[in-house]
Write a protein of this length. Structure first.
Length: 350
């Protein structure tokens, strides 16, 4: 997979505590419509995606994204799985890049669709540099201009909960096409900030127990993937493995674990079909003081997307439609979560 992917990446990097879609590299476009890492000519390039979707979300911790409600404002109990909330939402994405062909350098700005589907509108600004036969190195800085909202204290029952902003800023490093192979290494680090963190306050927990629930902190991820092609790129398979370290201030909400994903792309005539399957297992650092046990969990995900090139004869356009399913099964029912998403859109490459 190239560095300059036009990723509609349904990579579900999400701790369902914040519903921030754990990146399983569940790629809708991925290398199917990736541009070359550094174009041969100087000039502008990029993509824009316009679309809409319908999502059904089950989460006891996520409040809303923009004007879209993603969680129930009031709950009656802390012992059962969350109810579902169905909403419509736009599916938008944009990246603009400029290439300096003589130095094999490219600068870029925009937001990847992989971040959008995680309700994370991180704007990326960075540079990619071709380093001869060694491949392409990329570095980008991530800034969240529009925050996702979570509950100040998700454990409030019997009355309306108050929402607060969650931002996540940091950086991402990529080494792609390593020595002419399909190998890619990727590392990302972000600082998570909850504007008003009051978890456990309504329950009258001690200061020490409330500190165990503090959702502020750092999020780190390191992934390795390799792309295999055959039959003149008609078939493309990318298995991936990632280590996730959610190093939050509260030990009861901090965890680490491994995720596994396989992405398969089949190309025939003007069609591309992209299928993904994902699994992750996570272990939490300490017992949750509300439930007196750890929230260890397993995550499962799958997606399917179809692309049709040049709809209505429009050069450069790709019509697309897809579905996504994700589920998290936690040892604590309160943290069980699920997401179902169906979307349609039009992607334009320039």
């Amino acid at each position: 997979m190239t560095i300059v992917d036009i990723n509609i990446d349904w990579s579900m990097r999400f701790s369902m505590r914040y519903l921030s879609f754990l990146v399983f590299s569940t790629t809708m476009v991925s290398s199917a419509y990736a541009m070359k890492p550094i174009p041969p000519q100087s000039g502008f390039s990029g993509f824009i995606n316009l679309g809409a979707g319908v999502t059904s979300v089950e989460s006891n911790t996520l409040a809303k994204f923009g004007s879209v409600d993603l969680g129930n404002k009031s709950i009656d109990t802390l012992t059962k799985s969350p109810d579902s909330e169905t909403s419509g939402l736009p599916v938008l994405g944009l990246e603009i890049a400029y290439t300096f062909a003589s130095t094999r350098t490219q600068v870029f700005f925009g937001n990847q669709l992989e971040d959008y589907i995680r309700f994370d509108f991180a704007a990326r600004a960075g540079v990619r540099q071709e380093i001869g036969n060694a491949g392409v190195i990329g570095v980008s800085f991530l800034q969240t201009p529009l925050a996702t909202e979570v509950w100040e204290d998700p454990f409030v029952t019997g009355t309306n909960r108050t929402n607060t902003d969650r931002t996540s800023n940091g950086y991402r490093l990529i080494w792609d096409e390593i020595y002419g192979t399909g190998l890619e290494l990727r590392y990302s680090a972000r600082e998570v900030d909850i504007d008003k963190e009051r978890s456990g306050e309504d329950l009258g927990l001690s200061a020490a127990d409330r500190a165990l629930l503090d959702r502020n902190g750092d999020r780190n991820r390191f992934s390795v993937q390799y792309t295999f092609n055959w039959d003149e790129n008609k078939h493309r398979v990318t298995p991936a493995i990632a280590y996730i370290d959610q190093d939050l201030d509260g030990d009861a909400v901090a965890y680490d674990g491994l995720s596994f994903n396989v992405n398969y792309i089949y190309s025939v005539n003007r069609w591309k079909f992209v299928t993904n399957a994902s699994y992750a297992t996570l272990e939490y650092d300490e017992a949750n003081p509300v439930y007196s046990k750890k929230a260890d969990s397993n995550r499962y995900g799958a997606s399917f997307t179809a692309f049709y090139n040049k709809p209505f004869g429009w050069e450069g356009w790709l019509a697309n439609a897809g579905v996504v399913w994700f589920e998290e099964d936690s040892d604590i029912n309160f943290y069980d979560s699920s997401v179902n998403l169906a979307s349609i859109g039009m992607l334009y490459l320039f």
